[in-house]
Write a protein that binds this ligand. Structure first.
Ligand SMILES: Nc1ncnc2c1ncn2[C@@H]1O[C@H](COP(=O)(O)OP(=O)(O)OP(=O)(O)O)[C@@H](O)[C@H]1O
Ligand SMILES: [Mg+2]
Length: 207
């Protein structure tokens, strides 16, 4: 069976691509074999992934660009691609061309949203050519109980991509898990809320 491929993409840096790729991959790996693809030449996922392997989880890294272009192994149910912020046109097409679902993490401020405009446009173009492609904004680092400002809502509406209904909150546990080389699935009770929202995100994209 061809794997379901989910890419975390945004040309803007620091919006949560790696954090979400890692945690979503670990959540998917609890369901079925999952390949976590580090499409970042700097390879920041490397250390985490070695830990995951030593613990017997399924997520693994794959950051050999030439091999990637030939096609990653197919013996996984899910693939998650963590894209670096700056990619050449050819690299973008190679990565997103393989994706079934693209998640574009954004911080919920008008400035951050507008900074993601080029990436949203690129996804609109891709969708025009490949109507089967599903692409969504994911609001990340949302302050608890805060409503989305009107300016943010209109920025989102102007960019024409749907938004996942789950919102990922700003939580210290995402940072501490990353520092320890762990996912929110391995942080015990203090990560229950984070784990729940990652699970809801996964359920939403598997729908
Ligand atoms: N929901 C969250 N709550 C708290 N901290 C977060 C959250 N999401 C991301 N962070 C933190 O924000 C910083 C940037 O996140 P991350 O590295 O995942 O972004 P990125 O989009 O992969 O960045 P780059 O574009 O540089 O690859 C990291 O320090 C990460 O731990
Ligand atoms: Mg990253």
């Amino acid at each position: 069976m061809t794997p379901l491929t989910i890419a975390l993409y945004n040309g803007k840096g620091g919006c949560g691509k790696t954090t979400l790729a890692w945690n979503v991959a670990m959540g998917l790996a609890r369901r079925e074999p999952t390949l976590l693809v580090d499409a970042d030449p700097q390879g920041s996922l490397g250390d985490w992934v070695n830990w995951a392997d030593s613990e017997g989880h399924f997520a693994i890294a794959f950051n050999d660009w030439a091999a990637f272009c030939e096609g990653p192994p197919e013996d996984h149910r899910y693939r998650v691609y963590d894209c670096p912020p700056r990619l050449g046109e050819e690299e973008i097409q190679a990565i997103l061309g393989q994706a079934d679902v693209v998640l574009l993490p954004v911080l919920p401020s008008p400035l951050d949203l507008w900074a993601s405009r080029r990436s949203a446009e690129l996804l609109q173009d891709l969708r025009a050519r490949r109507p089967g492609l599903r692409a969504f904004f994911v609001l990340n680092q949302v302050e608890a109980h805060s409503a989305l400002s009107r300016a943010s809502q209109s920025a989102i509406a102007a960019m024409g991509l749907p938004v996942l209904s789950v919102r990922i909150a700003r939580r210290a546990v995402y940072r501490s898990a990353a520092l320890e080389g762990l996912s929110v699935y391995h942080m015990g009770k203090r990560a229950t809320a984070a784990m729940d929202e990652i699970e809801r995100l996964i359920e939403e994209i598997l729908k």
